[in-house]
Write a protein that binds this ligand. Structure first.
Ligand SMILES: *Cc1c(COP(=O)(O)O)cnc(C)c1O
Length: 404
């Protein structure tokens, strides 16, 4: 007997079956190409959400699609009990950008950050002469976002994220971003590491100044602390250099990356400097899915395209021009726009009030953008976005602000 097929809309199915942990707008996306996506009604959008800075090459870049299709037909998963050539290649390429060290592969930003938090604990133990539980404090920044796992959430001092889930992991302290003294004042014998985002993405696009990062590096050197960076959102070319920390001329001890790395394929990675990489030994950390041949093929395709299409230079030069255009919004709409800030293709526009209605109006006009903290909405175009696409986004924003 043929099964009876009842056609139910995605909206109805979400209502009935998907966990209600997100408040989503009433659109269903079905297809994408470059910086464009289409919903199930055929309406086109300019996608400057990019899956929250994930689709580095836009949607369905032909080179990426071909690499993933080829790999899917060859070998998808073997676990980390065996070697695979793509993981080896990708580790070499990431070390090439970050400096001498080693890479651990995982599946998400939060999982990459867990790797850094565990690295801090191992470093603290070594610092305390091998004694466990004596030196484990990690100093993070206020308004940070490091993910939804217990470690990441405990490093994220935001009531909306921690509420209901206490008790948290002990050992996290918080300093004021760009206030070196507020970090230095909290360093003591129990401190193992400092852990910050070079540019905070979720709380309003707040960048660490170069002086602050240099100061943190020096503070860590003087006190035998690891400097750990969460580049989950700002890494992989988003700010116009492969890693955001390059622009400060520092080298950290560990870096977490994820979002843009796979160009849409879930993958996370932790780079650990040569001096600290041996803190992990066989059996001390792991993951079943991390660094599959398929995920690594996707990430290798992202790196290939970034290099072949010169996307870092493109993001730097177009980003600078675009940001100065966006900054004019503050003078054009003084009652509505406070300013625009960011680096490369990671930009925040700060309004004088809650941006939710503006984000909804932009969507109506065909521009998808994510919100952020502090009355900010973000603009996260794919690294491949053209000058014409950037300008079209600015035009839509201007039109929406003019009538809101
Ligand atoms: C998104 C994000 C995370 C969490 O990554 P997931 O892949 O959602 O676990 C952590 N840190 C930063 C800075 C992020 O932007």
């Amino acid at each position: 007997m043929e099964p009876t097929i009842v056609r139910t809309s995605a909206a109805e199915l979400y209502d009935a079956y998907v966990l209600k942990n997100y408040g989503r707008p009433a659109i269903t996306l079905v297809r994408g190409r470059g910086a464009q996506v289409w919903d199930d009604q055929g309406k086109a959008y300019l996608d400057f959400t990019s899956g929250i800075a994930v689709n580095a090459l836009g949607h369905c870049h032909p080179y990426w699609v071909a690499a993933v299709q080829r790999q899917a037909g060859e070998l998808i998963h073997v676990s980390n009990l065996f070697r695979n050539p793509n993981q080896a290649d990708l580790a070499r390429r990431l070390v090439g950008y970050a400096g001498p060290g080693r890479v651990f592969f995982c599946n998400s930003g939060a999982e990459a950050n867990e790797g850094l938090i565990k690295l801090a604990r191992l470093h603290g133990q070594k610092k305390a002469g091998g004694e466990e539980g004596k030196c484990f404090k990690i100093i993070c920044a206020k308004n940070a976002f490091h993910g939804r796992t217990y470690g990441g959430m405990s490093a994220t001092p935001q009531e909306k994220i921690q509420k209901g889930f206490r008790p948290l992991v002990p050992g996290f302290a918080f300093g004021e971003l760009n206030d070196l003294k507020s970090f230095a004042d909290q360093v003591d014998d129990t401190t193992a590491a400092i852990f910050v985002e070079p540019i905070q993405g979720e709380s309003g696009v707040n960048a660490c100044t170069t002086e602050f990062l240099l100061g943190l590096r020096d503070l860590c050197n003087r006190n035998n602390l690891l400097l750990l960076l969460d580049e989950v959102q700002c890494g992989v070319g988003r700010t116009g250099t492969f890693y955001a920390f390059e622009q400060a001329g520092i080298r950290p001890d560990g870096v977490a990356m994820a979002k843009g790395l796979g160009g849409g394929m879930p993958i996370g990675a932790v780079w650990i400097s040569e001096q600290s990489a041996d803190l992990f030994h066989p059996g001390s950390h792991g993951t079943t899915f991390g660094g599959t041949p398929l995920a690594c093929a996707a990430a290798l395709a992202v790196l290939d395209v970034i290099e072949k299409e010169g996307l870092l230079g493109h993001v730097r030069s177009e980003g600078e021009r675009w940001l100065s255009e966006l900054q004019k919004l503050a003078t054009q709409f003084p009652g509505k726009v406070v300013g625009a800030r960011g680096r490369g293709f990671m930009v925040g526009v700060q309004l004088t009030s809650d941006p939710t209605p503006v984000v909804a109006a932009l969507r109506e006009e065909g521009l998808l953008v994510p919100g952020s903290g502090g009355n900010v909405f973000r603009l996260l175009p794919p690294l491949t976005a053209t000058r014409a696409e950037l300008d079209r986004a600015t035009d839509i924003i201007r039109a929406v602000l003019a009538r809101s």
